[in-house]
Write a protein that binds this ligand. Structure first.
Ligand code: DGL
Length: 273
């Protein structure tokens, strides 16, 4: 990007979950523009072999950067971040930020030392979760729930389908029974379900997601890469929302409800570009 233009950030996920991160980036950096890229043709990533996630993630991001040069890349997907970051860093000089479940901030907040970790089945199984618990929450009881339904309910919500509250209640009943006071949202789709999650777990005092920490990291990286123009603000925060499958119906309105006005939404990308 040219010096003193406003900065542009590419935000990537397997679906709409990364929009929760895009909203935090926009709040922290209102002058930055965003390119949103979702590999929803391969959703959910949790059910894909690691090699497929690495290959698709690298190919799609490289292709998007050719069309839309960016100053930072956010892999706003826990599943992809666990496997794809070194490969991405090897193919681009653009700084890459990944996401990890916030067990460290959760351990700093919990008062009863009981933490719930809510993530996809693939993420809760990854050995790095054991490592994060050993490193940051060794004195806590950490209850893990890896349920396949939650990402799909978040995807459906964007299409106007309400969250099935009874099913959500039973999906997270293990956290209710354990009496956790803090829950880590270890998947970027889950902040989109927060209202319903609060109804399922009214005793939880602290909800920890990674959006704000990522936004701070992006701000720091852009400050190193600048100077950028801070006064120019476009009416459209999202320059383009690119979906490798069909663009979800109603996604532009949903994005607008998060404060993310989009200029264009393109499905079946890159073929549809
Ligand atoms: N938003 C992704 C994450 O944070 C969803 C994972 C998936 O597609 O399985 O992990």
């Amino acid at each position: 990007m040219s010096e003193c233009a406003s900065p542009r950030v590419l935000i990537f996920d397997s679906g709409v979950g990364g929009l929760s991160v895009a909203a935090c980036v926009h709040e922290k950096l209102p002058h930055a523009s965003i390119v949103y890229l979702a590999d929803n043709a391969a959703f959910p990533y949790g059910e894909q072999p690691e090699s497929v996630v690495i290959e698709r993630c690298c190919a799609l991001i490289a292709g998007a950067l050719e069309h839309y040069p960016c100053d930072a890349i956010v892999v706003a997907c826990n599943t992809a971040s666990t496997v794809a970051l070194p490969h991405l860093r090897a193919i681009t000089g653009v700084p890459v930020v990944g996401v990890v479940p916030g067990l460290k901030p959760a351990a700093a907040k919990t008062l009863n030392r009981r933490i719930g970790l809510l993530a996809t089945p693939a993420t809760v199984r990854r050995p790095y979760i054991d490592q994060l618990i050993r490193e940051f929450a060794a004195d806590c009881q950490v209850e893990r729930v890896g349920h396949p339904g939650l990402v799909q309910w978040a995807e459906n919500l964007v299409r106007g389908v309400p969250v099935p509250q009874d099913e959500l209640d039973s999906a997270v009943s293990g956290l209710f029974d354990a009496g956790v006071d803090t829950v880590v949202l270890g998947c970027t789709h889950y902040p989109l379900l927060l209202e319903s999650l609060k109804r399922s777990l009214p005793g939880v005092a602290f909800w920890v997601d990674s959006g704000e920490a990522i936004a701070r990291r992006v701000a720091w990286l852009l400050a190193q890469a600048g100077p950028f123009e801070e006064s120019v603000r476009s009416r459209h925060t999202v320059v383009a929302a690119l979906f490798s499958g069909n663009a979800p119906g109603g996604v532009a309105d949903y994005m607008a409800s998060l404060g993310l006005q989009s200029l264009t939404v393109i499905g079946n990308w890159p073929a549809g570009s």
